[in-house]
Design a protein around this ligand. Structure first.
Ligand code: FPP
Length: 264
């Protein structure tokens, strides 16, 4: 389906739970960078006596909904943990389904990304991504490279520890002076170079773990965990996460009330 994302008008119906949540949001203090660990696809399928792959298919629909809702809300960066380094341990059939779904998503949604001024960026170890998916990713990244409204970051074949090690190796190859190394310089060697750190990290399905996701970048990120399984995650859940985030006090290790200002 092809459509233009506009603002929230016409997207959120008056008198609904969503409308009530939107009322509570202060749009001047939105999280700039929202990251999501999309978990629970397998459990969602098991609850319905379906193969796990059906859970991933349903999860793709949640991805579309969250991309649209985030863009309409005015989120600037949305990072989705779509395939971890550890996911290779799953049965071959499931691994193939995941990459197949991603390829389908790119084929179907590249026009939506382009027309809605959304930029695609990939983080993770690119060389390990199946060739045809890699080629499609490169095509969509090229196509959307000048877009400004929101950046959709897909973490693919991604692991936080591996990203840190790759960054260290690259930095040492290029910089020999130890005293030049600081947090700023190091960040420039990470896959996320140029992106602000996430303000809010959502994890679905109730697990309280980072699972090797954005380990360096999440140092001061607010975590929000919901028992909702990813295929059931809808825009109202996203709105609730933002409302709750705005009630928190971010101190970045200090003592002053930071009025939940975005640091970046
Ligand atoms: C975790 O659920 C989810 C994943 C490993 C993959 C996420 C992938 C998608 C949502 C679909 C394709 C992505 C895009 C960007 C179109 P799980 O299988 O670990 O669930 P479980 O813990 O209940 O078993």
């Amino acid at each position: 389906m092809f459509f233009m994302f506009d603002t929230l008008e016409g997207y959120i119906q008056p008198g609904t739970v969503e409308a009530d949540l939107v009322q509570q949001i202060d749009f001047s203090r939105l999280p700039v960078h929202l990251a999501i660990i999309m978990d629970g696809n397998g459990r969602w399928a098991r609850q319905r006596n379906l193969p796990r792959t059906e859970g991933h298919k349903a999860g793709s629909e949640s991805v579309k909904e969250v991309v649209e809702a985030s863009a309409r809300l005015g989120i600037k960066y949305l990072t989705l943990y779509a395939f971890s380094r550890e996911n290779w341990k799953r049965p071959r059939d499931e691994v193939n389904t995941l990459w197949g779904l991603l390829k389908k998503y790119l084929a179907e949604e590249s026009k939506v990304l382009l027309e809605n001024d959304l930029k695609l960026k990939v983080i993770g170890e690119r060389s390990g991504i199946p060739y045809l998916v890699r080629r499609e990713l490169a095509r969509v990244e090229r196509l959307t490279r000048n877009n400004k409204r929101m950046t959709v970051v897909l973490a693919l074949n991604y692991g936080g520890r591996q990203e840190i090690l790759r960054a260290i190796k690259m930095m040492l190859r290029r910089k020999s002076r130890i005293d030049e190394i600081d947090e700023n310089l190091f960040s420039r060697y990470l896959d996320t170079a140029g992106l602000p750190d996430p303000d809010l990290l959502i994890r679905t399905s109730g697990e309280m773990r980072l699972s090797n996701f954005l380990l360096w970048q999440c140092a001061y990120t607010e975590l929000w965990v919901t028992p909702v399984l990813w295929p059931d995650f809808r825009r109202k859940d996203l709105l609730q996460a933002i409302v709750d985030y705005q009630k928190r006090e971010r101190r970045f290790g200090g003592i002053e009330v930071a009025a939940n200002s975005n640091r970046s």
